[in-house]
Design a protein around this ligand. Structure first.
Ligand SMILES: [Zn+2]
Length: 231
């Protein structure tokens, strides 16, 4: 029997793969599945995996209850849509991201609540946790709106988009790095491993837009040819 690992460390399995990543995948698959629809508690198998990370079982169960309470956006009768395929839209990509985001939230919440038990402030932390989930879900809705806007732009102007910032002092460093990036909706720029959507980065503060590379409402620019040899 091995002692539970401290929460701060990322334990690895026998192959050296981070255990947390494997648990995040298992959680995301669960949230995307039919099993999660209407569920109010995490399956015992997932609770056991999280507890094996060194997290408090009470904290894990509470995090699971909070994460399962609000329905996932874009979920159908058989679970969440999967990314990719011929009919890729940003809206679809976002809906398929949501189980992963819910999985990340669950792990983070279980860690925060475990810490709160250690510090003797569990009831207060539980109260705060509902606020975290609310802001997490607000961010999810903004992401869905930004995704729909991107899909409309593509439908109107074609597939090539340019990440466009407001180009002022308030632009976030992450957005500044993306400024001018040409992309398509099935090849979104990535920030920290998550597909980035203009207007949906860094909480509610992102004012970026995916502008069409070719604006079909504008005439194509004409280049006046200079007669050769004349200066
Ligand atoms: Zn931005």
């Amino acid at each position: 029997v091995t002692a539970p690992a401290p929460v701060e460390q990322q334990p690895v399995d026998q192959q050296g793969h981070p255990v947390e990543d494997a648990i995040l995948v298992a959680l995301a698959l669960y949230f995307a599945s039919k099993l999660a629809i209407g569920a109010t508690r995490l399956p015992a198998r997932l609770v056991a995996q999280l507890v094996a990370l060194g997290l408090s079982e009470r904290a894990v169960r509470a995090a699971g209850r909070i994460a399962l309470a609000p329905p996932l956006t874009g979920r159908r009768r058989h679970g969440s849509p999967t990314a990719g395929g011929a009919r890729t839209t940003t809206v679809r990509t976002v809906a398929s991201d949501e189980p992963e985001m819910r999985a990340r939230y669950t792990l983070a919440a279980a860690k925060r609540l475990t810490q709160a038990i250690t510090l003797g402030v569990y009831p207060q932390a539980l109260q705060l946790e509902r606020g975290y989930l609310d802001s997490h879900r607000r961010a999810g809705r903004r992401r869905a709106q930004a995704a729909a806007a991107l899909d409309r732009t593509v439908a109107e102007h074609g597939p090539y988009l340019v990440w466009t910032t407001k180009n002022d002092a308030r632009v976030d460093p992450a957005c500044r790095r993306l400024a001018g990036t040409v992309f398509t909706i099935d090849n979104l720029p990535s920030v920290d491993g998550t597909p980035a959507i203009p207007g949906a980065l860094h909480g509610g503060e992102c004012r970026c837009e995916g502008k069409p590379l070719f604006d079909r409402s504008q005439p194509l620019p004409t280049i006046k040819a200079q007669p050769v040899g004349v200066s």
